[in-house]
Design a protein around this ligand. Structure first.
Ligand SMILES: Cc1cc2nc3c(=O)[nH]c(=O)nc-3n(C[C@H](O)[C@H](O)[C@H](O)COP(=O)(O)OP(=O)(O)OC[C@H]3O[C@@H](n4cnc5c(N)ncnc54)[C@H](O)[C@@H]3O)c2cc1C
Length: 392
């Protein structure tokens, strides 16, 4: 049967574009539908949205032939966490876990731009910008996707990578369960007196954690979770008052904050689609799940969805085969459910009632003292087998 594309992906964010690059690089005929324009190259001050990419995610992006710009990303080798309300303190080092590093912090816009540049070079990839799906229907050999540009595309498989408010998920009649953490995250980019080291700093407080993430040179990104009203009040502080509040919260060895270069805040929620698949349809990334960002894993698990789906597609003649889609769903739902539960427990252990917080505090101390515990936790967070002794 003649189809326009083997795969059509809706949503050209980091997850959808990474899947398109991986498949296009392997010679698959892919159509990518994005409601916005092709992303522009970021310049000057760093954008506020920064993500950590772990070992498996970086390997997946490289497998699509994309190079992450080194001047807009930063390798990190240590994670130092402490409890502001107790004694728990732990330092995780990549070397202790048999790894060279824990991964990279990367500016979302820089990664998305790098992926799109790669897509533009791939002959098998067609980019449909400024359009969105209107309707979709599946037959035995193809799924049709009607776009608001007037075009209708056919493909063996249509993949929804269109984010938390996925239109494709809605058109497929897939419901979601949601949970509101009643927290808001303040994201602030700062210029620091001292050059940033390769450490990600995490401080746990009874109202929510805060993290200072290194960026290249004298730059860092701060995420500060708190109650909605406290975060909104903090967002209104003058640059100077905000810089002093950040200095007070982090160890003096981080040095002074010279300049606040940007700020914004986001509500924090959890969301999980009841199904990841339909007939000749699959959901990946935030379209399938949204996790609390405190562990920096939302994008990572989205890229792991894309990795698993790409493997199944590349191993088959019919990319939309039901058996393969079921395998994808079983594998990824189990892994994502575990991540949703882990981030949930983390949130409640450090922000719950005092007895719970004491357990969280003991957890940090135990991680520091139990032989092998840190190694297993680090490898798990890196998308690697926690029980293997191999580097990758
Ligand atoms: C404060 C914060 C910090 C975070 N930090 C981290 C971190 O450190 N590490 C990490 O792994 N994750 C992190 N995350 C999570 C991460 O940002 C998301 O998981 C990730 O951006 C999801 O990518 P995505 O491509 O699935 O969705 P999105 O980034 O939402 O992309 C969706 C794309 O689809 C397009 N689109 C939407 N609707 C349509 C439509 N109808 N038709 C066509 N196109 C459409 C959009 O324009 C967009 O390009 C964080 C999240 C937050 C809120």
């Amino acid at each position: 049967m003649q189809r326009d594309h083997e795969i059509v992906i809706v949503g050209g964010g980091m997850v959808g574009a990474a899947l398109a690059a991986r498949l296009g690089y392997a010679g698959v005929n892919v159509g990518l539908v994005e409601r916005g324009d092709a992303p522009a190259e970021p310049r000057g001050d760093f954008d506020l949205r920064i993500s950590s990419l772990n070992t498996r995610s970086l390997a997946f992006i490289e497998a699509g032939g994309t190079r992450i710009p080194p001047d807009r990303s930063c390798v990190f080798r240590h994670i130092e966490g402490w409890n502001q309300d107790g004694h728990g303190h732990s330092v995780f080092s990549a070397a202790d876990s048999g790894l060279d590093d824990f991964g990279r912090f990367v500016e979302n816009k820089a990664l998305q731009h790098a992926l799109w540049r790669q897509l533009e070079r791939l002959p098998g990839v067609t980019l449909y910008t400024r359009c969105a799906p209107l309707s979709t229907v599946a037959g035995n050999h193809a799924r049709l996707l009607e776009l608001d540009s007037g075009k209708t595309l056919s493909a063996a498989l249509v993949v929804g990578a269109d984010g938390a408010g996925s239109r494709l998920r809605e058109l497929a009649g897939i419901e979601v369960s949601t949970y509101d953490y009643r927290q808001r995250a303040l994201i602030t980019n700062v210029e620091t007196e001292l050059p940033q080291q390769d450490v990600s700093w995490q401080c746990f407080t009874p109202t929510g954690p805060m993290a200072m993430l290194p960026l290249p040179g004298h730059h860092a990104s701060l995420i500060w979770y708190d109650r909605d009203s406290t975060t909104r009040a903090r967002e209104m502080l003058s640059d100077d008052a905000l810089a002093r509040a950040i200095e007070a919260a982090f160890p003096p060895r981080l040095g002074n904050i010279l300049r606040v270069t940007g700020r914004a805040s986001f509500p924090i929620k959890r969301q999980h689609a009841r199904r990841y698949i339909g007939k000749r349809l699959a959901l990946i990334g935030d379209a399938a799940h949204v996790v609390h960002p405190l562990a920096g894993q939302g994008l990572n698990i989205g890229l792991h969805d894309a990795d698993t789906l790409a493997e199944l597609i590349l191993a088959r003649r019919d990319a939309g085969e039901t058996r393969a889609l079921r395998r994808f769903e079983i594998q990824r739902r189990l892994a994502n459910q575990a991540m949703l539960a882990a981030t949930d427990s983390f949130h409640h252990l450090f922000t719950g009632a005092r007895p719970l917080r004491q357990i969280g505090d003991c957890g940090l101390t135990l991680a520091e003292r139990l032989p092998g515990a840190k190694r297993m936790m680090s490898r798990q967070a890196n998308g690697l087998n926690p029980f293997s002794r191999r580097c990758r």
